[in-house]
Design a protein around this ligand. Sequence first.
Ligand code: PLP
Length: 388
Amino acid sequence: MLADRMSRLGTETAFVVLARAKALEAKGKDIVHLEIGEPDFDTPANIIAKGVEAMQGGETHYGPAAGKPEVRKVYAEHIASDRGIDVGPENIVITPGGKPIMYFVMTALVNAGDEVIYPNPGFPIYESVINFLGAKAVALPLTEDKDFSFDIAELEKRVSDKTRMLIINSPHNPTGGVLSGADLDAIAKLAVEHDFWVLSDEIYSKIIYEGKHESISTRPGMLERTIILEGHSKTYAMTGWRLGYGVMPAELAEAVAKLQTNCNSCTASFTQIAGAEALTGPQDAAEAMVAEFKVRRDLLVEGLNAIPGITCKRPRGAFYVFPNIEGLDRKSSEIETLLLDEYGVAALSGTAFGAHGEGYLRFSYANSQEQIRKALERVGRMAKDLLG
Ligand code: PLP
């Protein structure tokens, strides 16, 4: 019934586990939700007020495909000062969430038969879109012994004359890993030398606990070959607003806007106005979220490390931990099912993020300390039952 290309399209199983967890809840089971990558906080009040005001003021019509000019300008100024790069409104395309940037940019740049190197474990949509486009998905394993970064030699081995693009994501989903400045230097050198694009997913740029986020776009020769993926979902707890953007060379921005015209016409106008307020208004609510995430990270990491059969690195960014569960001697997907069905904790198998996630689980700590404590008690009970 479906077109052939649909067999190559993957998905995000976080939504599948969320649906299963909700179904169990509907039957009366108590579930701790650590599966979904969504802040449990509400969108800050000043952003909501601006969105409502914009709607009441008539910002309810179609707008230009690439985004409202005044909002593109605000985003460009923000990125120019935050990342320290020379960009203007012509480099910005505003999209419904950060996710469409992956699809649009790869559609605009990657031909069937090209190779795209992507992090594995990594956000599942990268591999899905690469395969969908008929390109070759070349996995770059991220390893625990490197704090979920990678060896530059491993990257170099995967670069060929067909390499069209490299995808990086720092801070990283699902591991919370952060690429070092030296890593970025080395990646940039390879990109320039071998003339490939870098899609730099920086959606967690503000959720970082040690040090400051650095963008590969700042490295020599990189501005003209980097696409920054950014968005409001995580930093400002705006997942349901669907608001994100890409920063890219102007010619590519025009192509991405054309794809948007063919797809969703534009991003909701009042949402964009609220997005400009998010970047220019007070940042205290966003900073308070990060401070709370840090407390939860420490609670979860220490709690997991106290459970037999589990070890957990302390991630430097995002709101995920990626504990090693090899000591439990079961496949990650089995543990995912067991944890949800028998112990009422919704988490994701590491393999939801690619084959190199075997032996790990992902917990999102976008949930309260009370819920995290409850989850730790239940995970501990499961480990005890399994290990006898
Ligand atoms: N990139 C990464 C690494 C993510 O984890 C997510 C969301 O989970 C996104 C992009 C997309 O975010 P959104 O489309 O909600 O802005």
